[in-house]
Design a protein around this ligand. Structure first.
Ligand code: IMP
Ligand code: MG
Length: 176
């Protein structure tokens, strides 16, 4: 059990389970090798996952970072704040956007519109976790680590009000 601010969280995915998910994703991403993809890591939540993911790939990739924020507390706010913007060198490139978790998909939709305006060759989306019961957007998520129920989760980069990111396992909100 983990306490973050006013909330209690219980174990959800172990380190071993996470490792297996990441390994399998990296393996599936082997098909992108010849496209020389530019990985766009979405901060802050994806940084730990992305670090393990790119190390598990069997090829070298270029990396860049963007920072977006949509969550307030344990709810998607619907409004996206753009904190660190689009890198300049994406025209004509194959992009792989790396997300920690996709919930409503608002963040993704926002990102997709802005990235398309820069005329990349192709955009792939990768997310460690996806909440299919919440996600109703038309955009396809090309690489999904694991589909999860509509639970609020923390750890392995994911936060509750900025806490919990450094937990090595993933925990879910305990409903008391
Ligand atoms: P969306 O825009 O609703 O898809 O939410 C995407 C962003 O909200 C993710 O990149 C996370 O930063 C955050 N988020 C969504 N669900 C969770 C969760 O269960 N725990 C922690 N953060 C979450
Ligand atoms: Mg986030």
């Amino acid at each position: 059990m983990v306490q973050l601010h006013d909330k209690t969280f219980e174990p959800f995915l172990s380190e071993l389970e996470i490792q297996e998910i990441v390994k399998e994703m990296a393996h599936k991403m082997g098909v992108l090798k010849d496209e020389k993809p530019l990985f766009i890591i979405i901060l802050k939540g994806s940084f730990i996952f992305a670090s393990d993911l790119v190390k598990a790939l069997d090829y070298d990739v270029e990396l860049c970072f963007m920072q977006l924020k949509s969550y307030e507390g344990t709810q998607s706010s619907g409004k996206i704040k753009d904190i660190m913007g689009i890198p300049q060198q994406i025209k004509g490139r194959t992009l792989v956007v790396v997300e920690d978790i996709i919930d409503t998909g608002n963040t993704l939709e926002y990102l997709n519109q802005h990235l398309l305006a820069e005329q990349p060759q192709k955009i792939y989306y990768a997310s460690l976790l996806l909440k299919p019961s919440v996600y109703k957007k038309p955009l396809t998520i090309d690489f999904v680590g694991k589909e999860i129920p509509n639970e609020f989760v923390v750890g392995y980069g994911l936060d509750y009000e900025e806490l919990g990111r450094t937990l090595t396992q993933i925990y879910k909100l305990k409903i008391s």
